[in-house]
Design a protein around this ligand. Structure first.
Ligand code: ADP
Ligand code: MG
Length: 289
């Protein structure tokens, strides 16, 4: 049976937008030592926009954006949406594409005008054994995600996409620090971007360029030595990490998979709601002793 105080507390919490699906997870939140945030969509708004683009040889900026938008035509990723929006707002003619493919955490590809066009991050460049464009270096140092566009395996240009850091994320980090909790960030994004965001927010540990299938193993490393680890994500490819953490918190109502893998579901996408969960755990379990 559910102890009455816990039942009442979780009832009240549900009305405040906190849904507890695993009471043991809630209890573990009292002793949380590290909170790991997913970057995209959790610490940042998850609604990125194109801030820069550069083409090489036969491509000018607009041609490059149109080509990239064509290759991203089939992708649901926020980065894809940003590129398609940029092409649309510039009234570019996006050529038809076929044979779409996508590789999680790497990028996308399609056939456009008989050529193989690929768009992606550092993993894509590594796959093709190519170097990033020097023009793109300052972009990532400034916190933007850099995507390169490859045509038949050769770099045709690069696009900078930036996502806004949530105002409330910095406050969440400060409040966690005030309680002696360590704060980490996990992301598939490149190291310099991750570092820039972490610096803006005062985050202690940065786990960057982590492939979706490796996220849960990295959570396990943080748990070593018996540390209680909570993971906060929107569930776009971090469901296994949410399940692995001692407390999985799905934020912004997340995706269906996230809700299924999380012990606590937060209706709000405000990172500060993690603090409400800690307070809820303390209130619910303190009264039972
Ligand atoms: P996060 O862990 O921050 O949510 P993802 O795992 O979704 O990030 O993506 C990691 C990286 O994979 C991106 O930063 C990008 O380099 C590449 N990527 C993923 N999807 C796409 C896409 N549709 N187009 C281009 N690159 C992509
Ligand atoms: Mg994500």
């Amino acid at each position: 049976a559910i102890p009455l105080v816990v039942a009442i507390a979780t009832e009240r919490a549900a009305r405040g937008g906190v849904l507890v699906t695993d009471r043991l997870a809630l209890e573990r939140m009292r002793t949380v030592g590290t909170v790991v945030f997913d970057k995209t969509g959790t610490l940042t708004r998850g609604r990125p926009g194109v801030t820069d683009a550069v083409g090489t040889q036969r491509y000018d900026r607009d041609q490059l954006l149109a080509l990239a938008a064509a290759a991203e035509g089939d992708s649901e990723h926020p980065l894809a949406r940003a590129i398609r929006d940029a092409a649309a707002s510039r009234d570019l003619d996006v050529p038809p594409a076929s044979d779409f493919s996508s590789s999680t955490g790497i990028g996308v590809g399609a056939t456009v005008d008989g050529e193989e066009v690929a768009v992606g991050g550092p993993g894509l460049l590594r796959e093709h054994g190519t170097e990033p464009l020097p023009d793109a270096e300052p972009w990532s140092a400034g916190g933007a995600t850099v995507l390169h566009v490859l045509v038949d395996g050769t770099v045709a240009g690069a696009i900078a996409v930036a996502d806004e850091v949530r105002d409330t994320a910095r406050e969440a980090v400060e409040a966690l620090h005030a309680r002696g909790v360590r704060v980490a960030m996990i992301t598939g994004d490149a190291e310099p971007v991750a570092r820039s965001v972490a610096e803006q927010l005062g985050i202690d540990d940065v786990l960057a360029e982590v492939r979706p299938e490796d996220k849960s193993a990295r959570i396990a490393e943080l748990q070593r030595g018996g540390r209680t680890v909570a993971m906060v994500g929107d569930g776009v490819n971090d469901a296994p990490a949410l399940a692995r953490a001692d407390v999985g918190l799905a934020i912004g109502a997340g995706t269906d998979v996230a809700i299924a893998s999380a012990g606590v579901v937060l209706a709000s996408d405000d990172p500060r709601s993690v603090l409400s969960v800690i307070r809820l755990a303390e209130a619910a379990y303190a009264k039972m002793r």
